[in-house]
Design a protein around this ligand. Structure first.
Ligand code: SAM
Ligand code: ZN
Ligand code: ZN
Ligand code: ZN
Ligand code: ZN
Ligand code: ZN
Length: 470
């Protein structure tokens, strides 16, 4: 099935709420769209909380998790020839339902091995804006699991990492001595067809919402509290379009839940976390989690043309692991070119050279960076020092002093950030600060064409119309 057809099929079927959840992840944060999201998180009133819960409730799928578990039990008892999966509806089918799916593309002879790898049967969701489901390449997934085992963890809270969850479950089934467990928290309700309520919670990581209510929340709490909270690590790989603030808000809630199991004396202990995210979000993540360090390991994905290792994809994935564990403990594979820098006490990628002036292995993107004496720091290899801007930038950038006025309305007396025509709504719904910054940078560097006055006026007009609608 081609992508367009698949997408339209997904839009028609399974549960309309799933599609809505994926696109409306942020909107769950509050009903009133013209509010600044961060404020909504921090000062959410009772009334708004109720409205939010009502919104979440209205997104409940037609079949409950329990019903899906019962269906699964019946499904596994069927002989192979009667085990079907409708690709269009993304649903396991029981014989009585076959006729309703007449004319749909159906997979047959679903084996137990296939049932244990749902991420291979289910189509990755492809909403580019908020959630493209980028699945780990086997190499990266196995690396993560090996690392988790080597570090001695026994329980993994898999937040938006279905493939890692799946790998852990498979190992658990196949090897008696394998003693790592995983609980998957994900907004993709299709997974409820394959996992019990003890293994999967339908969860929104943008507002820490458990769709299964108190019962599901208790499953998570119990999981975190086993062995007094010892041996647990949270691994998360959120959609990259996700707001760091919102994610941090939810992760802090999960950390607080874990901390309840800690004795007073250990109340300042941190729950170990691997947060997988692009390197250019480093400063944003550190704002919320100052104890985190970014690892050099490049996480690869199966279904992302750019972030995929190998012939067709770009070799350098921008996705990294952020962790609050000591960097010296995170051993990166030497066979893939990583090496240990004894001065930094961490593994770094092969091109990442130790800079004596910065006293650090400074590269962020895997290329060798160069020290600029004037900037007093290392910069990307493609940058040169600009005396007009007083810092390094791309050779063909547009110098800062040349840029006067506002990019939005063209007004000469203010900058875009204080533009009176740029409503709060649009600001809040723009991409995360970092993404904005990146775009600004690109504008400054001239990699994005500066809009003409006419284009700017059109934008203001469109903005006004949109705001009126809202
Ligand atoms: C970039 S993918 C990561 C998948 C991971 N690399 C793997 O292979 O297991 C993002 C994951 O987060 C989930 N997700 C997206 N939005 C979410 C939300 N609001 N709350 C919880 N999970 C969400 C998606 O369903 C998906 O599984
Ligand atoms: Zn169907
Ligand atoms: Zn170093
Ligand atoms: Zn340097
Ligand atoms: Zn410089
Ligand atoms: Zn310049």
């Amino acid at each position: 099935m081609d992508t367009t057809k698949r997408r339209s099929v997904l839009q028609r079927t399974f549960t309309p709420c799933l599609r809505q959840d994926m696109t409306d992840g942020y909107k769950h944060l509050g009903e009133k769209r013209n509010e600044v999201i961060l404020l909504v998180i921090l000062t959410v009133s009772d009334a708004r909380l109720a409205a939010r819960e009502e919104f979440n409730r209205s997104r409940q799928p037609s079949l409950s998790h329990r019903q899906n578990v019962e269906r699964y039990k019946k499904f596994v008892l069927l002989p192979l020839s009667k085990r079907k999966f409708c690709q269009e509806c993304q649903q396991l089918l029981l014989p009585a339902e076959w006729e309703n799916h007449f004319g749909h593309e159906v997979l047959t002879d679903i084996t137990n091995a296939q049932l244990k790898r749902p991420s291979q049967i289910l189509y990755p969701l492809e909403n580019k804006k908020t959630n493209a489901q980028y699945l780990f390449a086997d190499r990266s997934c196995q690396f993560l699991l090996d690392l988790i085992i080597a570090l001695g963890f026994r329980r993994v809270l898999s937040v938006g990492t279905p493939r890692l969850h799946e790998l852990i479950q498979i190992n658990g089934c196949e090897e008696q001595q394998f003693n790592v467990k995983s609980l998957l928290l994900d907004i993709d309700f299709r997974y409820s067809q394959f996992y019990t309520e003890e293994d999967f919670c339908h969860y929104n990581m943008f507002n820490h919402y458990f769709f299964g209510g108190k019962v599901a929340q208790e499953v998570c709490r119990k999981f975190l509290h086993e062995e007094k909270g010892e041996g647990v690590i949270m691994v998360t790989d959120p959609p990259f379009g996700g707001l760091v603030e919102a994610l941090a808000f939810s992760f802090k809630k999960l950390i607080a839940m874990w901390r309840e199991a800690q004795e007073e004396a250990h109340s300042s202990k941190e729950m170990p976390i691997f947060w997988i995210f692009p390197y250019f979000f480093e400063s944003r993540i550190l704002e919320f989690f100052p104890s985190f360090t970014m690892m050099d390991y490049q996480v690869d994905y199966d279904n992302h043309m750019l972030y995929k290792h190998g012939k067709t994809g770009r070799k350098q994935s921008p996705v990294r692991i952020f962790t609050n564990l000591s960097p010296s403990m995170i051993v990166l594979p030497i066979e893939e070119g990583y090496r240990f820098c004894s001065l930094c006490q961490r593994y770094v990628s092969s091109e990442n050279q130790h800079c004596e002036m910065c006293n650090s292995c400074t590269s962020k993107d895997g290329r060798q960076w160069r020290h600029c004496v004037l900037c007093q720091k290392c910069v990307k290899p493609s940058w040169v020092h600009c005396n007009t801007c007083n810092h390094c930038a791309l050779q063909d950038h547009v110098c800062e002093s040349v840029q006067v006025g506002c990019f939005i309305c063209g007004g000469a007396d203010h900058k875009r950030s204080t533009c009176p025509h740029f409503s709060m709504t649009r600001r809040a719904y723009q991409a995360d600060g970092k993404q904005r910054q990146m775009k600004n940078k690109k504008l400054k560097m001239g990699t994005i064409k500066k809009p003409s006055v006419k284009q700017r006026k059109m934008r203001v007009l469109k903005g006004k119309i949109k705001n009126k609608k809202e």
